[in-house]
Design a protein around this ligand. Sequence first.
Ligand code: GTP
Ligand code: MG
Length: 229
Amino acid sequence: MEYDYLFKLFVVGGGGVGKLGLIRSLKGNIFDEEKTLAEILGLGFHLSMVNIEGKAIKLRIFSIGGLDRFSWFHSSYSKGLVGVLLVYDITRRETFNHIPTLMKVTGHPDHPNITYMLVGNKCELENERAVSKEEAEQFAQQNGLLFVETSAATSLNVEEAFKRTAANALKKIQDGLLIHAPSKAQQRRRPPQQNPSPFHIFVYPLSFLLLLLLFLLPFSFSFTSVFLS
Ligand SMILES: Nc1nc2c(ncn2[C@@H]2O[C@H](COP(=O)(O)OP(=O)(O)OP(=O)(O)O)[C@@H](O)[C@H]2O)c(=O)[nH]1
Ligand SMILES: [Mg+2]
């Protein structure tokens, strides 16, 4: 399917906050279905299409837990990242207290062009609430994060969480604040490269010389033996 932009998003959060539930809910899948092996191991990514201001945006979403063990943010893994959803569970205070650590390991505030969205999930469990909406809202405001409360169980605000993150990233691209890799369709429209790269300038003549030497080697042997006899 053709698209205008491909956005890479990370969904991060403590154990069991509902990272996968949110992604499944966005994709319209049953949120409490049994997990596949890939989902249990946290491998691969999920794809979803959203439309923002008439632009078709393909989201490539990675669900990531256990961040403390890796300094992955500086790896190629985070290349092309435009947004991070920082998820906590409104019924478990410790998952909210974990958010500053997650912000730090995902590059906040050193990467101001990445959009950070604070997501308070399981908001339908009002009776078990341990973090007030006001407190989270204030924290988000102080740290320059977007904020929303969601329920993967009822799908409340789930699409909004992803769409607002993507819309904010799109605005940064349009304002020239975020450099974005072209989509496949845009790449196809690009003219072929004209100038040879330094790699080609050196490697082609070198390989030609090497082949020539290999070709001449048997002749040099027979020449030496004739000369010596
Ligand atoms: N009530 C309620 N339960 C939820 C919600 N979202 C997720 N859950 C439940 O919370 C548990 C964990 O959900 P997951 O989506 O697996 O959470 P996760 O963050 O991917 O978990 P890990 O990968 O183990 O860290 C599951 O039992 C879900 O059914 C929600 O919005 N409301
Ligand atoms: Mg998970």
